[in-house]
Design a protein around this ligand. Structure first.
Ligand code: G3I
Length: 364
């Protein structure tokens, strides 16, 4: 669930409830503005607090988020050149991912980058306007280098089922995979209203699985929810081997960004009491298809104990030119026509890829 670290102190009902879960995310504390309140000055208090609580209680954390058009404080007003904004991006991701390196299960590297209008093109955020469309690729590569242990996600809203926006995301992801961008998964936020179609969301999760990508349901709330809504959403996740996280945005109706429009949007009521949906979801989890469970286990087993960081050679050349990434040059280790991606999978390099012909691998 999403929480602030501040709310996880003491022994109250909220804290007791939080301890029953196994994946936590900062609702705000790890965003750009709170972690880098002024340029080059970093603050990790909130994220550290969340991690300490999670680690003490056997939980993992998600990191939300590096690059977003919102809650970015001073960076949104820099109006810099491409190189200046790449440098700001690199410093921010390097610092935050570096600080939490190895402690974060999943990072939302990119948040809400697809436009709702404009043919679902990339949103014209201050990042996109200054750097160009490849800001997205650069963010993934920088994040992978800074924390090779974290799974790297692109997270967005309004794309939970099959629609124009989620189709645009499929196409974006296809391009990234072709170009060996170090993406591991897609975050579907799932800010939903009662009555959504389970089949629609399941089909959407599946099409990312067909591409080898994880899907996490990252910010779930369901306005006016009933038990069937919760079992439908969890069922859509459980029936797909590539759906690996199920995270609510808050946990009880009394503490949510939606305020009064929540209308029963979370699994626990305003007095922290479980709704019937909670037991129904537990029952569902106890009755999952073992074949899908086995496939999911196999799918996530690709995590490497010692990660290998791979950079396409062309990217290294770009670095040497001081271009695309703005990161230092790394030693070359050529493995011919393959590279190992963030999941440790060997991905053959397409013959027409600008990166065919060799790799750069950063030694540990
Ligand atoms: O921390 C300040 C506090 O110092 C100040 O006194 C107070 C006065 O308004 O504001 C506090 O900051 C607020 C912050 O939440 C922490 O409570 C911001 O005003 C408020 O805008 C911010 O809202 C957050 C919102 O993102 C920002 O866009 C919500 O809590 C958070 O739930 C929401 O989460 C987003 C995800 O990150 C991305 N997807 C959509 C989701 C819902 O909008």
């Amino acid at each position: 669930m999403a929480s602030s670290a501040g709310s996880l102190k003491g022994t109250g009902t909220y804290v007791t409830l939080a301890k029953t879960l196994n994946l936590l995310v900062c609702e705000n504390d790890m965003k750009f503005q709170p972690t880098e309140p002024s340029q080059g000055k970093f603050s990790y208090t909130g994220g550290d607090g969340l991690y300490t609580f999670a680690a003490a209680n056997g939980m993992r954390i998600r990191g939300h988020n590096f690059i977003w058009h919102s809650q970015s404080g001073w960076a949104a007003n820099v109006n810099g050149t491409r190189d200046q904004m790449l440098s700001i991006m690199r410093t921010h991701i390097d610092s935050v991912a570096g600080h939490f390196k190895g402690k974060v299960l999943e990072w939302d590297v990119l948040n809400e980058i697809t436009d709702d209008g404009n043919g679902n093109a990339l949103r014209k955020s201050f990042w996109q306007k200054a750097i160009g469309n490849d800001y997205a690729d650069s963010a993934f590569f920088i994040a992978h280098r800074a924390d090779p242990y974290g799974k790297l996600y692109y997270n967005d809203y309004g794309a939970d089922g099959v629609n124009g926006k989620s189709t645009a995301m499929v196409n974006l992801a296809k391009g990234w995979l072709t170009n060996k961008v170090t993406i591991d998964g897609i975050g579907l936020q799932c800010h939903l209203s009662s009555g959504f179609k389970k089949e629609d969301i399941s089909a959407n999760i599946k099409r990312f699985g067909d591409m080898g990508l994880r899907v996490s349901l990252t910010e779930i709330d369901i306005k006016g929810s009933n038990t069937a809504d919760w079992t439908n959403l969890l069922g859509a996740c459980l029936e797909n081997f590539n759906c690996t996280s199920f995270v609510t945005w808050g946990i009880y109706d009394g503490g949510t960004w939606l305020g009064s429009s929540c209308n029963g949007c979370l699994p626990y009521d305003a007095s922290y009491q479980p709704k019937p949906a909670v037991q129904a979801m537990i029952d569902l989890m106890n009755n999952v298809d073992p074949a899908v469970v086995a496939k999911r286990k196999d799918f996530i087993k690709t995590d490497l104990a010692v990660p290998i960081i791979a950079f396409p050679r062309e990217l290294r050349r770009a670095n040497l030119r001081g271009g695309m990434l703005g990161v230092d040059a790394v030693p070359v280790f050529s493995t011919g026509s393959e590279m190992v991606d963030g999941l440790g999978r060997n991905r053959a390099i397409a013959p027409n890829s600008p990166w065919a012909g060799g790799l750069s691998v950063l030694p540990q």
